[in-house]
Write a protein that binds this ligand. Structure first.
Ligand SMILES: Cc1cc2nc3c(=O)[nH]c(=O)nc-3n(C[C@H](O)[C@H](O)[C@H](O)COP(=O)(O)OP(=O)(O)OC[C@H]3O[C@@H](n4cnc5c(N)ncnc54)[C@H](O)[C@@H]3O)c2cc1C
Length: 327
């Protein structure tokens, strides 16, 4: 973790900064750049536009760490609603009619869904208990199965990694329409990559977005990038339709060159990028025939997600600091 990134994450967590950024209309345009809207309907409109450009979507309702079982049940109901509304989209209905019965749905690239959802276990109630969160996850997966859709379980801070891996390992035995996210900044990640390969589950590979101590994660960017390429190649070889979620152009180049050299078809993996970031790269890859999926976040609980995006691009955070001092 670079120093600038760590400073931005720590500053953003200070209550007065949080209060100012959340309340001030000055920052709305910057927030809107990264967040598709406050409501599911707004996010669906944004998703339609992305789909019409030949890209895929993963829809994410913002929010993490529920404080009660009641809050987690509300989040679960929203996930289910998202899956229901997605299934009503004309493009999805058409896709389902054409591909929905594919026997290897979601696993080898033969029938990859145009729009799925990403969820967080802390929003399913992980802080309220593993069994409770798992029941909620299973309910969401059952609905997704009915609609022939896929649910990606995001990876959160390292205190949740082991519980997330264990839960995915258990539910994957019953639901093949799920997969998780692995973070290359974690020292443990080579082992986790092997674990998901042994399960034959779909993986999204990311660098990792949380503030982690040097006891669990590489402090240097060069080590994180090196692990990304090593683990990315391993996942390409393993062939379970990996997703490379990065805006790092040099990593994209390395992995596409590797796939080409190994004769791995473009349909066998996808790139994923965040809404509002490197649209040029997103569209360039899609024009070259690669699968590209955009992570589309929506909802009013946007602050933690927004701070992580600022930390990745300190120039955005400096804009906020400058405005605070001016104001
Ligand atoms: C689809 C998707 C899903 C993700 N899911 C998770 C998850 O479940 N768990 C998790 O911990 N992390 C997740 N992340 C975040 C990830 O861990 C990184 O923090 C994030 O992708 C930035 O890293 P990078 O790979 O783009 O490389 P970086 O080295 O951070 O950035 C490479 C280049 O990308 C551009 N860029 C990157 N971020 C920004 C930004 N915020 N604003 C403007 N330009 C930017 C810049 O040009 C930068 O030079 C996800 C990322 C994506 C794309």
């Amino acid at each position: 973790m670079t120093l600038a990134r760590s400073i931005v994450l720590k500053t953003a967590a200070l209550p007065p900064v949080k209060h100012l950024v959340r309340k001030s209309f000055l920052f709305r345009p910057l927030v809107r750049r990264f967040i598709a809207g406050d409501t599911l309907e707004e996010a669906l409109v944004a998703s339609e536009a992305i789909l019409s450009r030949g890209l895929k979507v993963s829809l994410d309702i913002l929010g993490e760490n529920t404080a009660s079982e009641k809050e987690a049940l509300v989040a679960k109901a929203t996930y289910i609603k998202m899956l229901e509304r997605i299934a009503e989209m004309p493009l999805v209905k058409k896709w389902n009619a054409e591909h929905g019965d594919s026997p290897d749905l979601n696993r080898t690239g033969a029938g990859i869904e145009p729009i799925n959802i990403s969820i967080k276990l802390t929003q399913c109630g992980l802080d309220q208990g593993v069994e409770f969160a798992e029941r909620n996850l299973r309910d969401v997966l059952e609905t997704a199965k009915k609609f022939k859709n896929f649910v990606r379980v995001d990876m959160e801070a390292s205190e949740y990694t082991e519980r997330t891996m264990e839960m995915i390992g258990r539910v994957f035995q019953d639901y093949k329409n799920t997969g998780t996210v692995l973070q290359t900044y974690l020292y443990r990640n080579d082992d986790d990559v092997e674990k998901v390969i042994s399960w034959q589950a779909r993986v999204r590979l990311v660098k990792g977005a949380y503030l982690e101590p040097a006891t669990v994660a590489f402090p240097e960017k060069a080590d994180v990038d090196e692990a990304y390429i090593r683990q990315g190649k391993r996942l390409l070889d393993a062939g379970m339709y990996p997703a490379f979620a990065t805006q790092d152009e040099s990593i994209v180049k390395d992995l596409t060159a590797y796939a080409k050299a190994k004769g791995i078809d473009k349909s066998k993996f996808e790139f994923q990028m965040l809404y509002g970031i490197r649209r040029d790269l997103q569209e360039g890859l899609a024009a070259d025939g690669y699968n590209v999926r955009i992570y589309v976040p929506f909802g009013d609980a946007w602050y933690p997600y927004f701070s992580r995006r600022l930390a990745e691009r300190p120039a955005n955070a400096f804009f906020i600091v400058k405005s605070l001092f001016k104001g």
